[in-house]
Design a protein around this ligand. Structure first.
Ligand SMILES: [Ca+2]
Length: 110
């Protein structure tokens, strides 16, 4: 799937707060905020991916995760932190791509 289409779907499903498949005027107004959130999350990922490999290694996640989740605890609950941790499932050789990170951060977040 095209990256822009994935992005569009992500934004659309998140903006559609009442999940009726349509966007109300209020929901539409959220789109700008959602794009900002995506940009912010991408920046967070970029910060975690210290060697700029495009993948967040277990070590990179471990170093930054606690700071991130304590700083943003009001916005991103602990469940999501657990999802991120579970992705690695103790396998330190595993990595997480930006897409996977965004998927987790956007899950059930309305
Ligand atoms: Ca990396």
């Amino acid at each position: 799937m095209e990256p822009w289409w994935t992005l569009f779907q992500r934004v659309r499903s998140k903006a559609d707060a009442n999940r009726d498949g349509k966007l109300t005027k209020e929901e539409f107004c959220n789109i700008a905020a959602i794009f900002e959130e995506i940009e912010a999350l991408k920046a967070v990922f970029g910060e975690m991916d210290q060697d700029r490999s495009g993948t967040m290694s277990f070590e990179e996640m471990r170093k930054k995760a606690v700071t991130f989740y304590t700083t943003h605890a009001d916005k991103y609950d602990g469940k999501r932190a657990m999802h991120v941790m579970n992705h690695y499932a103790g396998d330190k050789k595993k990595g997480m791509k930006e897409e996977e990170f965004l998927d987790i951060m956007f899950k059930d977040s309305c």
